[in-house]
Design a binder for this molecule. Structure first.
Ligand code: ADP
Ligand code: MG
Length: 377
């Protein structure tokens, strides 16, 4: 990292930071409904070597980027001005400035092993890495959760992606060996032990390597649908609908909104159940909750696709205790909870099913709950 930084920027970096990607165990499309989520950080992370610059320039380079140094003026950053990957880290710097922090320029060299566009939150990892760099270089007093909110603000307003806060909170606040139980309304958080190994289980990530283009517009439409439903029900957010009132609410809503509400309300219940099971050490019982979550995303929220449905189906048929897509949907990745001795057959079954269906081979790997954003050196 240091040598590459020196080659690109002709100077020595002050340090090296890292911010991870994530998988969400359960609680999908709940964050922008003020609901609950339960992500873990991945061992895969964005690493960044950086130094401060006294001249107010923000210079950004990524080993996975466009092979140019993006050179920006911190004082002149404005929403919409950066249309490449560099908008994600630049958006954080813009948000810091907007929040009134006294910041200057910096050189940042990024190198990441988080698969990009795979539903594993490479964009939030870029943002949280930039936030960690700025916090240390400019001795800013914000907490990890505050950095996540600033990163989300950058992605929402500077880049123009209407994402919720889960991805940034996961990258900033997760801890090793734990899942982050997060209330996205008030950001109350609890670290829930997540150590599958002791139970003879493991978590497989199946990156389907597909990303369907309808995703971006569809995400915004779903979010708008949820907001409309909450408004019609007289609620601040769908999170406020008690499960006992669900069927009555669905009956009174337009036909296209009912299933959205059903997903959000049942998904929040599933998060609560999952937390309880993890805290009791009943990891295997998490399986059916994952699979039920997938059915809800497929049938009610309609954000799965042929590839993610096939991965879930093939994994469960081959011995996974449960599986679901993770991330916003329309492609991306699936997680599967698997007894260790069945991992090989599950991977083979999924790969075989993809081949038989004429899909490109998925990227399958085992994961553990890793640490959130931090300084490495
Ligand atoms: P996800 O966050 O699930 O990976 P997004 O579509 O939100 O998917 O973010 C992917 C985008 O993030 C890429 O199109 C690219 O612009 C940017 N990105 C991710 N990783 C890198 C990287 N290492 N270098 C440069 N840009 C990256
Ligand atoms: Mg993203």
């Amino acid at each position: 990292m240091r040598e590459q930084f020196e080659r690109i920027f002709g100077a020595t970096p002050t340090g090296v930071w890292a911010a991870p990607g994530r998988v969400n165990l359960i609680g999908e499309h709940t964050d922008y409904n003020d609901g609950f989520v339960l992500p873990i950080a991945l061992p895969q992370a964005v690493k960044v070597a950086a130094r401060a610059r006294p001249d107010g320039r923000l210079r950004l380079y990524s080993a996975q980027g466009d092979d140019v140094v993006t050179d920006l003026s911190v004082a002149a950053l404005a929403p919409g001005a950066v249309t490449t990957w560099a908008g994600y880290p630049a958006g954080v710097v813009w948000a810091l400035r907007e929040a009134g922090y006294p910041i200057g320029g910096a050189d940042l060299y990024f190198d990441s092993d988080v698969p990009s566009g795979a539903g594993l939150s490479s964009s939030a990892a870029l943002e949280c890495a930039a936030a960690a760099v700025y916090r240390d270089l400019y001795e800013l007093p914000f907490t990890a959760a505050e950095s996540a909110v600033l990163a989300q603000r950058g992605e929402n307003l500077f880049v123009g992606v209407p994402c919720g806060v889960m991805d940034q909170m996961a990258s900033a606040c997760c801890t090793e060996g734990a899942a982050l139980f997060l209330d996205t309304r008030d950001l109350a958080q609890r670290q829930v032990p997540f150590s599958l190994d002791e139970q003879g289980l493991l978590l497989l990530v199946i990156d389907t390597r597909v990303k369907h283009d309808l995703g971006d517009g569809a995400y915004a439409a779903l979010r708008a649908g949820c907001e409309r439903a909450a408004e019609l029900l007289g609620l601040a957010a769908l999170r406020d609908l008690p499960a006992a009132a669900l069927s009555g609410a669905v009956a009174q809503l337009p036909a296209e909104l009912g299933p959205l509400v059903r997903h959000v309300v049942t998904e929040n219940v599933r998060v609560g159940q999952a937390v309880e099971l993890l805290e009791q050490g009943e990891y295997a019982a998490l399986g059916p909750i994952l699979t039920a979550g997938h059915a809800s995303l497929r049938d009610d929220f309609k954000v799965s696709c042929a590839e993610t449905d096939l991965a879930v189906e093939a994994a469960v048929a081959a011995g996974a205790l449960g599986a679901r897509m993770t991330g916003g949907g329309f492609g991306g990745s699936v997680i599967a909870l698997v007894p260790k001795d069945a991992a090989g057959q599950v991977e083979q079954a999924v790969t075989g099913a993809f081949q038989a269906a004429g899909h490109a081979a998925p990227n399958v790997f085992t994961t553990t709950a890793a640490a959130g954003a931090r300084r490495l050196a």
